[in-house]
Design a protein around this ligand. Structure first.
Ligand code: ZN
Length: 149
C-alpha cells in the first residue's frame, strides 16, 4: 500500500468515527432516506436552504452502516455546507464520476477535497454504492427542498 493510500484509509476511518453533521436539523426544508441493500447502509439526510434557495445553509443526518458509507456522509457535510445549490449538485456529479472511474484518472481535488480519499473505493464494485449513498440522498433532498413551498 502506498503512503497516500494509507493516508486516505486513515481519513475514512477518522470520519467514520468522528461523524461531522450527525444529528437533528431544526427547520430542515427537506430530508431523504436512502438505503443500500447490498451492504445494509442507510442514511437520512436533511438539508436547509437559505430563504432564496440559492445556498445550502445546513446539512444534518442520521445513519447506520459500514465505515465507508458513514465516512462519505461526514466528508459530504464538510464539502457541501455553505455552497451554492448548483455547486453542491455539481460536486455530487463529480463524486459520481470519480466513483465510476474504477480508480483510473485524476479526480478534481479542488472540487472534491477530502472526498478524493474515496477514489480507491471505486475499484471495488460492491463498495461504490456505500460511498455514493449520501450523495444520492443529498441530490434527492435538495430537489425536494427546491420544489417545496
Ligand atoms: Zn457499506
Amino acid at each position: 500500500m502506498s503512503g497516500l493510500e494509507s493516508l486516505y484509509q486513515q481519513l475514512i476511518l477518522d470520519h467514520s468515527k468522528q461523524r461531522h453533521g450527525e444529528g437533528d436539523l431544526p427547520d430542515a426544508d427537506a430530508s431523504h432516506h436512502e438505503l443500500n441493500p447490498t451492504c445494509g447502509d442507510e442514511v437520512t439526510l436533511a438539508v436547509r436552504l437559505d430563504g432564496s434557495h440559492e445556498h445550502v445553509d445546513a446539512i444534518a443526518w442520521h445513519g447506520d452502516g459500514c465505515s465507508i458509507s458513514m465516512a462519505s456522509t461526514s466528508v459530504l457535510v464538510d464539502l457541501v455546507t455553505g455552497l451554492e445549490v448548483d455547486d453542491a449538485l455539481a460536486r455530487a456529479e463529480e463524486f459520481r464520476a470519480m466513483m465510476r472511474s474504477k480508480g483510473v484518472g485524476e479526480p478534481d481535488e479542488d472540487l472534491l477535497g477530502d472526498a478524493v480519499a474515496f477514489q480507491g473505493v471505486s475499484k471495488y464494485v460492491m463498495r461504490v454504492k456505500c460511498a455514493m449513498l449520501p450523495w444520492v440522498a443529498l441530490e434527492a433532498s435538495v430537489r425536494k427542498a427546491l420544489t417545496a413551498e
